[in-house]
Design a protein around this ligand. Structure first.
Ligand code: NAD
Ligand code: TYD
Length: 361
């Protein structure tokens, strides 16, 4: 039975990936989920699978070399899927150092532990072992509004935020391991994800949460920044397909020609919510575009991200499957049906975060 070590599996994409993998492979695989449970990690995301015999959770920091080595010593790990990271651009602007620690040093720790466990005396690696580093399209920098310009795997790195700089550094480390040691790895650079279990500091769940609470909907700058949105399950599928069918040492961009201006996203959420809520629901009364508030722009705000997923399509046969119209409805419905999840993650520290980040906005 193949054993996966997933880092950051209690976060947004990691927990969706674990759900996807058990749905697809059921008892054919074993998953060990290593997560430090920062503010963004939530075991509630995995409640329905936590009792499986082929699932284990280990609370550990990826920077803790001894803890990570121990996992490799005690288990014959076949695949690493490395999600664990500090992931929010706004937080990276306020506190960059933790991004360097987790994203750069944590990735170095993971690479070293896997190399130590998998390397043979002659410097080659055990058959079938693979490390997948999950990264972002933000490493490529920012595109202008020219609709024919896209990020390709060959686009030079040009990160702007401390978050994207730390992810770019971690990508470079993975590339260095591949080039220097022929370490068996792949990198995926994905566009913005949306879907269930996303922490409401990110645009889509934040807007859903605020709209349902009748709060203002903060839109940075002119609202015309563009992101290329991908439904999270499509990303999970891409990661699995890259590990199954990708060529080792290659990078694959993952995204889906689904560019939207932020203001379009906010208006769509309002429209869908109005559609979904009963007329008798008091939350519907205040719901209108009047809640939109243009606020001070993010510092160094990247204008546009857009992926051309040509390589992953032609080499691996992956394409996004979920149309935005369907995905955003499914997502909103999920938050609707999980108001207790939202209430739990937005109590305590989140309230303090929101007060601090948006107090002058
Ligand atoms: P997230 O913030 O929701 O989850 C991160 C997870 O990592 C949490 O469970 C957290 O507890 C854990 N973690 C953080 N620091 C840790 C540490 N030091 N040790 C162990 N665990 C730690 O993030 P996400 O949105 O799920 O993103 C997952 C990965 O995908 C990240 O590497 C991110 O850069 C990348 N990515 C995200 C997006 C996106 O749109 N969210 C897009 C492309 C790539
Ligand atoms: P975000 O979800 O933080 O993802 P990223 O910065 O990694 O792309 O933000 C998506 C876009 O939405 C980005 O252009 C910033 C913008 N934004 C707002 O306008 N208001 C908000 O309150 C937030 C969190 C983001």
């Amino acid at each position: 039975m193949r054993t996966y070590l997933v880092t950051g599996g209690a976060g947004f994409i990691g927990s969706n990936y674990i759900h996807y993998m058990f749905k697809k492979y059921d008892n054919e695989i074993r998953i060990i989920n290593v997560d430090a449970l920062t503010y963004a990690g939530n075991l509630e995301n995995l409640k329905d699978i936590e009792d499986r015999d082929n699932y284990t959770f280990v609370k550990a920091n990826i920077c803790d070399r001894d803890a990570i080595n121990k996992i490799f010593e005690e288990n014959d790990i076949d695949r690493v899927v490395h999600f664990a990271a500090e992931s929010h651009v706004d937080r990276s602007i306020v506190n960059p150092e933790i991004f360097v620690q987790t994203n750069v040093l944590g990735t170095a720790t993971m690479l070293n532990a896997a190399k130590k466990a998998w390397e043979l005396p002659d410097g080659t690696f055990k058959e079938g072992k693979k490390f997948l580093h999950v990264s972002t399209d933000e490493v490529y920098g920012s595109l202008d509004d020219d609709p024919t310009a896209f990020f390709y795997e060959t686009t030079p790195y040009s990160p702007h935020s401390p978050y994207s700089a730390s992810k770019a550094s971690s990508d470079m480390l993975v590339k260095a391991y591949m080039d220097t040691y022929k370490f068996p790895a792949n990198i995926t650079n994905c566009s913005n994800n949306y879907g269930p279990y996303q922490f409401p500091e990110k645009l889509i769940p934040l807007i859903i949460n605020n709209a349902l609470a009748g709060k203002t909907l903060p839109v940075y700058g002119d609202g015309k920044n563009v992101r290329d949105w991908l439904y999270v399950e499509d990303h999970a599928k891409a990661i699995d397909m890259v590990q199954e069918k990708g060529r080792l040492f290659e990078t694959y961009n993952v995204g889906g020609h689904n560019e939207k201006q932020n203001i379009e996203i906010v208006k769509t959420i309002i429209d869908v919510l109005k559609d979904e809520l009963d007329d008798s629901d008091p939350r519907k009364a205040n719901l209108s575009y009047d809640l939109i508030k243009y606020v001070e722009d993010r510092k160094g705000h990247d204008r546009r991200y857009a992926i051309a997923p040509d390589k992953i399509k032609s080499e691996i046969g992956w394409e996004p499957e979920t149309m935005f119209k369907e995905g955003i409805r499914k997502t909103i419905k999920w938050y609707f049906d999980h108001m207790d999840w939202m209430a739990n993650v937005t109590s305590g520290d989140y309230e303090k975060y929101y007060e601090k980040m948006y107090k002058n906005k």
